[in-house]
Structures are given as structure tokens and as C-alpha cells.
Design a protein around this ligand. Sequence first.
Ligand code: COA
Length: 181
Amino acid sequence: MLLESGGIVHLDFRRPSTALAPAFEKFLSVFLAEDHDMWPVDCVFGLARTNLPAYIEFLQLASEGRGLPDRWVSSDTYWAFAGDEMAGEVHVRHSVRGTLWRVGGHVGYSVQPKFRRQGVATAMLQHACNRLRELGEVDALITCWDENAASAGVIEKCGGVRIVDAVDAGHKARRYLISLV
Ligand SMILES: CC(C)(COP(=O)(O)OP(=O)(O)OC[C@H]1O[C@@H](n2cnc3c(N)ncnc32)[C@H](O)[C@@H]1OP(=O)(O)O)[C@@H](O)C(=O)NCCC(=O)NCCS
């Protein structure tokens, strides 16, 4: 583990590439059955499990707003490395539209179990907010399922102010705004 003086893991943010595919495969293989699944097979993110080169290509095109499924928005993805090991993945959607206003918002993130509770998701969300600021967004909308205490904690640590909840297919989602100005 690469700890900086404050006990925080030092992270390098890299763009997805085929050269990093082995590190991503290892990362994906250690998620827990009870974790919220960020790569469901019924959505294009499921390519991460079924066809990793296609997933990487999708992420590369998505950052240029190309090859997007209907109603998807362009997004940047960063793979956060601690040394040679991939600790987390964060998606930064350039804008919010449609159902993303209810669930999804601007940012999605995941951290592999052994790196949790060391500030990795907090650093990734801060990185995402910096990118959104660069893109000219004024507020970041961040959502999580009501029962996802870990994600709610990350958002609150980054200054998220809770706004009205949303309900998606009977499932309650918390919604927060982080001011970027
Ligand atoms: C949610 C998740 C990304 C958190 O990652 P993390 O790197 O452990 O988060 P951080 O270390 O930055 O935690 C920041 C704060 O969140 C809260 N928190 C984090 N994990 C928590 C947990 N398991 N239980 C309660 N609070 C938690 C704490 O307040 C923590 O601050 P502290 O450690 O100083 O007390 C990680 O648990 C994960 O990948 N889960 C599976 C995927 C997922 O749910 N993604 C989010 C979908 S919305």
C-alpha cells in the first residue's frame, strides 16, 4: 500500500487503455457479491465482464461523445492506480439529462475492497468535480441508493448537500449537489 503522510493512498489517474487491461481484470475480479454492481450485464458497462477490449473502446469513444447508446451522454473514465495496482474506477458524465436526474447523476465510482476506507473514493470524487469544473458545470449531481451508506458518506465528505430524494422502480435514491463554483 502506498500511503502518503496523512494516511491517504497516493493515486495516479489514468485513462483506460488496452495496456492497462490486465490491471483492470484483476480489479474487477475482487468485488464482493454484496457490492452494488457497477458493471451489470444488461447495460453496455457489462462489456467489462464479457468483452474487455470492447469496454475499453467504448470508454474511449464515450469521452469524445461517439458510439453512445440512445440517451447516454459523453463521459470521461479514469482508472485510479496505487502503484501498479488498480484501486478504483470513476466515470464523469459531462452533463445530466433524462433519467440521470433521478439516478446516476454526473459521477459513478467503485473501489476494490482492500483499498476501502482509505479515502480513495473521496479522492476520485474530488478528481471528478475538478473535471466537471473544467467542463463548465456549476453543480455536480451525485446520487446513491438510500441504503448505500458508504457512498453517501463519500458524497457528504466531499461537501454534498442533500436535495429531494428520487424513486426509481420503487427503489429510493439519495440525491446531492456539490457546488463547483
Ligand atoms: C462506496 C465506495 C466507493 C466507498 O469507497 P471508499 O474508498 O471506501 O470511500 P472513502 O474511504 O473515501 O470513505 C469516505 C467516507 O465515506 C464513509 N464510508 C465509507 N465506507 C463506509 C462504510 N462501509 N460504512 C459507513 N461509512 C462509510 C465514511 O464516512 C468515510 O470517511 P471515514 O473513513 O473518514 O470515516 C466503496 O465502498 C465501493 O466501491 N462500493 C461498491 C460500489 C459502490 O457502491 N459504488 C457507489 C455507487 S453509488
